[in-house]
Design a protein around this ligand. Structure first.
Ligand code: GLA
Length: 388
């Protein structure tokens, strides 16, 4: 097998920067989510796939008290920070490794100082978890170099803490967990309450097509937090009638209907998205297991409508792409993937229909929105690993 081009790229860049050989090279993937959107901060279910696009990190001990990290994709931006105390935030990409240092120190672990070079082909701002990939790559490198005894799931939680508390983005656990624990050829069902995982193999002959609207996610930060607050509001009202409810995960669609009148309309619709989405995730798992792609596709389209109408996180560009994909013979279904407000859609497509889906998406999108989407086929890949 030929060496991955990004592996060679980070290794060469490490030589240039540090005139030495890296101790290891780590790869941590981005992700798309098949279904289970905005459920992970409601203790619900998600079904993401680690993709063939990833952050690559060449790394070795620095030999002094300072970590020196270079981002090849940021015009070789160099950042230096301590690892024996909390590094101060600089607001840029280096906040991801710095956040990981912060989280390790919080857990009483002392990471060694490193030399590192980073590159990534996960598109930034496209809702494919480019930031989780960077966090997980650094956390994995530190775990290896500092000999920490840490499970991959613990590492993912630590990265989520870094993102929530150091970087200041209030995300759930899905992205870090799939980057850490993904499995080639499989989608990973994660129960975000117990963190139990089950892997479902992607049926043969099926491709996951990703189309990037090229609308960078905007508003997502503040609107994401508004959605979270609305879910919490739904829980606090429902708890008055259903004392055992701790999160929307504990509410069935029938229960929600029963207490609909107690909720503000917008709060009811947000909750309806979440409780029906949890049901869809479990059903998609069963359908994947049975190879019923028609039904998977139907649920993906229903999931998109629910995100569009009830959760209101879609935008016209994403709706265009989903509708266009669904028009093509051999496309089972499509939906926006990730937080919404821009970024990508995924379409689940019979392999031989991929060229017509790509062509149709491009044609319709240019005609309607005057710009070209990036369309490519991705596959379910492994989670974080040492590659050299
Ligand atoms: C972002 C967050 C995830 C998840 C999705 C929506 O990607 O990082 O934790 O909440 O949005 O499903």
């Amino acid at each position: 097998m030929t060496e991955h081009v990004l592996l060679r790229k980070v290794r060469d860049a490490f030589h240039t920067r540090f005139q030495s050989e890296p101790a290891l090279i780590v790869r941590a993937p981005g992700r798309v989510n098949l279904i289970g959107e905005h459920t992970d901060y409601n203790d619900g279910f998600v079904l993401p796939v680690a993709v063939d696009r990833a952050a690559w990190l060449a790394v070795g001990p620095s030999g002094d008290n300072w970590s020196k990290v270079r981002a090849v994709d940021m015009k070789n931006d160099d950042q230096t920070f301590p690892t024996d105390r909390v590094p101060s935030s600089s607001g840029g990409w280096a906040d991801y490794p710095k956040g990981v240092v912060w989280a390790l120190l919080e857990h009483g672990l002392n990471p060694v100082a490193i030399n590192a070079v980073l590159t990534s082909d996960v598109p930034v701002g496209a809702g494919m978890s480019s930031s989780a990939a960077i966090e997980v790559a650094f956390a994995f490198a530190w775990t290896q170099l500092s000999d920490f005894d840490m499970k991959l799931s613990e590492m993912a939680l630590l990265c989520q803490e870094a993102e929530n508390q150091y970087v200041g983005v209030n995300c759930g656990i899905m992205d870090q967990m799939i980057s850490a624990c993904g499995k080639a050829g499989h989608a990973m069902m994660l129960d975000t309450r117990s963190l139990e995982r089950a892997y479902f193999s992607m049926p043969k002959g099926i491709a996951i097509v990703v189309a990037n609207s090229m609308v960078r996610r905007s508003l997502s930060g503040s609107e994401y937090n508004v959605r979270r607050a609305q879910c919490e509001q739904a829980v606090s009202v429902l708890q008055q009638h259903l004392p055992d409810v701790k999160a929307l995960r504990d509410v069935t669609p029938a229960q929600l209907e029963r207490y609909k009148g107690q909720l503000e309309d917008v709060v009811y619709r947000r909750a309806r998205h979440v409780v029906t989405e949890d049901v869809r995730v479990l059903q998609v798992c069963r359908d994947l297991y049975e190879g019923n792609m028609e039904h998977v596709g139907k649920l993906l389209l229903e999931g998109h409508k629910s995100l569009r109408d009830d959760y209101e996180v879609s935008i016209p560009e994403l709706d265009t792409l989903v509708e266009a994909a669904a028009e093509v013979d051999g496309c089972y279904g499509a939906r926006l993937t990730g937080a919404g407000f821009g970024g990508c859609i995924i379409a689940v497509v019979a392999e031989d229909a991929v060229p017509s889906v790509e062509a149709h998406l491009t044609e319709v999108y240019i005609a309607k929105h005057g710009k070209e989407p990036t369309v490519y086929v991705t596959r379910a890949d492994n989670g974080v690993a040492r590659m050299a």
